[in-house]
Design a protein around this ligand. Structure first.
Ligand SMILES: NC(=O)c1ccc[n+]([C@@H]2O[C@H](COP(=O)([O-])OP(=O)(O)OC[C@H]3O[C@@H](n4cnc5c(N)ncnc54)[C@H](O)[C@@H]3O)[C@@H](O)[C@H]2O)c1
Ligand SMILES: N[C@H](CO)Cc1c[nH]c[nH+]1
Ligand SMILES: [Zn+2]
Length: 416
């Protein structure tokens, strides 16, 4: 077992998850999909997923058959999660149209319009992710997106199909990895291109998303999972260890860091990690991820908050005596879990917040998936003759100063 102290600089290097080593391979996958379309998708399914589907698109029969093989309990749990995720995302909705008179004769506003066709990537390599289908499709549908298409590697887990159905996904394609991202961006015989691609995935998926941005917008890099925990000596070491194992089991490249003022907690967490790992189902993946993980001893909570802000973790769990007081100091974190009972798995599945979150330090610049990712806005202005008088001199003066006489004249002509 590997549970040892780390320096912040070392951990930041581990977290970086450089995509450089897969870029070459991903570039050639993208080119193949662009030139050979569906045939390339089927070849890659055979090569990477060890199965060659009959068709790229799932048929209606496949959708119906999925319900037959899914236990009612699990379908019910997905529906319960759907209700909670929908409720939280409905709260994010803003008026799709507003206007206000900012000065006499000048009325300004904003019109919000949903994107029309978006693609969601639902991972399916080392585990299957029906929950991710909910997390991606629900905010899209709440925003008003007309068509949501899902790509996920074959063989498609029936649960993922049921989750897609519950969340209102319109089309499902059995293709994964970089090839799925390329197909959604550039289109193939079966898959019409989308405007934007969202959803998490491994390094191949993440690298591909970064490379197709000239054609399709993306949400943000959402790669291998991460957790940072801030703990003082009031923390529950067993709960912390359990959260670390939970995120570690996603991927050998997942990474965890405990930032604590208490040497005792650091040691206890190590002991619990060892115990829990012994019984874990995904021991091999967890062990590899733990090699990228460790703890950082800090002198006080301010130093802990500074470290978190440098890391910008995907998930931040806070277990200190006065958890809320530290919240104001946190600037960079994808999703924040406060108090010992806020297991990160609750946000992964069912509290209602979104689990598609920026990784590898990208929480410095990006927000986790939300309704606004699926809309765009247009500003509106209505200016009458009186309004033109209010701002005409300013426009003419600045336009003349910029040497753009025709701009100034376009206002002068209206005022004479
Ligand atoms: N940040 C987030 O919001 C978030 C949420 C959920 C999951 N995740 C992460 O998503 C990831 C899921 O990864 P996964 O691997 O289980 O599923 P995945 O669907 O992302 O990747 C599987 C695909 O990777 C491709 N692939 C595998 N090996 C390849 C190779 N050698 N060359 C080219 N392509 C190859 C294959 O096409 C395969 O279908 C994990 O890292 C997990 O931590 C992140
Ligand atoms: N922890 C993941 C985000 O890093 C989300 C997830 C899906 N299923 C389980 N967990
Ligand atoms: Zn998880």
């Amino acid at each position: 077992m590997n549970w040892s102290p780390v320096t912040l600089d070392d951990w930041l290097v581990r977290q970086k998850n450089t995509l450089d080593e897969v870029k070459g391979a991903v570039e050639s996958i993208i080119n193949e999909v662009r030139s050979r379309g569906d045939a390339a998708l089927l070849d890659y399914a055979e090569k990477f997923d060890k199965i060659r589907p009959d068709a790229v698109r799932l048929s209606e029969r496949d959708w119906d058959a999925a319900y037959e093989s899914v236990s009612p309990d699990i379908a019910e749990a997905l529906s319960e999660a759907y209700a909670r995720i929908s409720r939280f995302h409905e709260l994010q909705k803003r008026d799709d149209f507003w206007m206000v008179e900012t000065e006499p004769g000048v009325t300004l506003g904003v019109k919000t319009t949903p994107l029309s066709r978006i693609g969601i990537y639902v991972p399916g390599g080392r585990a299957s992710y029906p929950s991710t289908a909910l997390m991606c499709a629900i905010p899209a549908k709440v925003a008003g997106v007309e068509t949501v298409v899902c790509c996920t590697p074959p063989p498609v887990n029936p649960l993922t199909i049921v989750a897609c159905d519950i969340a209102g996904v319109d089309e499902i394609y059995q293709t994964g990895g970089a090839q799925a991202v390329a197909a959604m961006a550039y289109g193939t015989e079966s898959i019409a291109p989308v405007e934007k691609i969202v959803g998490p995935g491994n390094q191949f998926v993440t690298a591909a998303k970064m490379m197709v941005r000239d054609t399709a917008e993306i949400d943000f890099p959402a790669g291998p999972s991460e957790i940072a925990i801030i703990a003082d000596d009031h923390a529950r070491s067993d709960f912390i260890a359990a959260d670390i194992l939970a995120q570690s089991e996603h991927d050998p490249l997942a990474a965890s860091i405990l930032i604590t003022t208490s040497e005792q907690v650091a040691r206890d967490v190590g002991k619990y990690i060892e115990q829990l790992t012994a019984d874990a189902e995904r021991k091999e993946i967890i062990t590899q991820s733990l090699r990228r993980s460790g703890y950082l001893l800090v002198k006080d909570i301010d130093e802990a908050a500074d470290a978190v802000n440098r890391i910008a973790p995907e998930h931040l769990a806070i277990q200190v005596q006065d958890s809320l007081s530290i919240l104001g100091k946190i600037k960079n974190a994808g999703s924040i879990f406060i108090g010992p009972y806020a297991a990160v798995a609750c946000g992964d599945y069912a509290s209602g917040t979104n689990h598609v979150l920026p990784t590898a330090g990208n929480a410095k610049y990006y927000s986790g998936l939300n309704v606004a990712h699926f809309t765009k806005t247009s500003t509106i202005q209505m200016i009458d003759r009186e309004g033109l008088e209010m701002i005409g001199d300013i426009v003419e003066t600045i336009a003349d100063a910029e040497g753009l006489r025709s701009h100034a004249d376009s206002v002068r002509i209206r005022r004479t």
